[in-house]
Ligand binder design. Structure first.
Ligand SMILES: [Zn+2]
Length: 299
């Protein structure tokens, strides 16, 4: 299988997938359940989510393994099943999407911080090594170290993946917009987009991105800033479907598929080469992104 980088060179722009949590909840997952356990207990539902994103036009489809590191799984008493849960997640997505699509292994944060003394660097490294090797064994060809806020943790994850697998690596941070005054973005640990880009380039990561937290408008502003700093690296961008609202039906996201895709040409002009969605986005949002890209190609 070609690398994502070479697919980008060939195609110009790729479509990612959308949210998984939203669809798992719609399929009946209850609050407090471990999403990764559904790879074993509800494999058809997990497969169907992967397939629905493929059918919506995604080129890269994730695995249901965002919280699949053993540090996070410990809160469910499932840490000793980390290998099995991750392998199965990659197996299910690969089986659902076939060999012509990229299976992008999702590797999320552990929720523990070296700086706070919550966890040692060795423990983090080992957790990411275990997760990444299992995802590769299950059939993933690339990974996305995503929704990261902590530079130390992200660096550790990159090393663990690089030194133990052949997975192509994408790193995606989540930034907040500061309220009031001039437009500023940083992670909740204080990292700026510029520092994130510089540090990841030093590690040789060749695709960088941003996902979650922000709306399509704010993501567009953030991406402009990233692109004014860095013009060579292809960017991935996965905005949320607006800001979450608590309604009678639970947490909902207001951004409709039609308006979700309105910034796609701007994203492309600002260096985005992979466009998908994060929280609250569905196959309909991804189909809207795909349609917008096809329209751009015709122009
Ligand atoms: Zn998200």
């Amino acid at each position: 299988m070609n690398s994502i980088i070479s697919t980008i060179k060939k195609e110009g722009i790729l479509v990612g997938d959308g949210g998984w949590g939203t669809l798992l909840i719609k399929a009946g997952m209850q609050a407090g359940e471990c999403p990764e356990l559904w790879n074993i207990q509800q494999p058809e539902i997990v497969s169907n989510i992967a397939m629905s994103y493929k059918e919506a036009g995604a080129d890269l489809i994730s695995t249901n393994s965002f919280g699949g590191n053993r540090i996070k799984l410990r809160s469910y008493g499932l840490e000793d099943r980390a290998k099995e849960l991750n392998q199965k997640s990659a197996y299910l997505t690969r089986k659902a999407v076939g060999e012509q699509h990229h299976v992008l292994a999702s590797i999320g944060p552990t929720g523990k911080f070296i700086m706070m003394g919550d966890v040692s660097e060795d423990e983090l490294y080992e957790a990411f090594r275990e997760q990444a090797t299992a995802l590769e064994e299950g059939g993933a060809d690339a990974c996305i170290i995503e929704t990261m806020s902590d530079l130390d943790e992200a660096k550790c994850a990159v090393r663990a993946v690089k030194e133990n697998t052949k997975l192509e690596i994408i790193v995606s941070f989540t930034f907040m917009k500061s309220t009031g005054g001039e437009e500023r973005f940083n992670t909740f640990m204080g990292t700026t987009p510029e520092v994130f880009i510089s540090e990841m380039k030093k590690l040789g990561v060749s695709i960088l991105g941003t996902n979650c937290t922000l709306t399509v408008e704010d993501m567009n502003a953030l991406l402009q800033r990233m692109y004014s700093f860095e013009k060579e690296i292809p960017f991935l961008i996965y905005p949320n479907a607006g800001q979450p609202k608590l309604t009678e039906e639970g947490i909902t996201y207001p951004e409709k598929p039609e308006t979700f895709a309105k910034y796609v040409p701007d994203y492309y002009n600002n260096g985005a080469k992979i466009i998908g969605g994060c929280c609250g986005t569905t196959p309909e949002h991804i189909r809207a992104v795909r349609n917008e890209i096809e329209r751009m190609k015709l122009r």
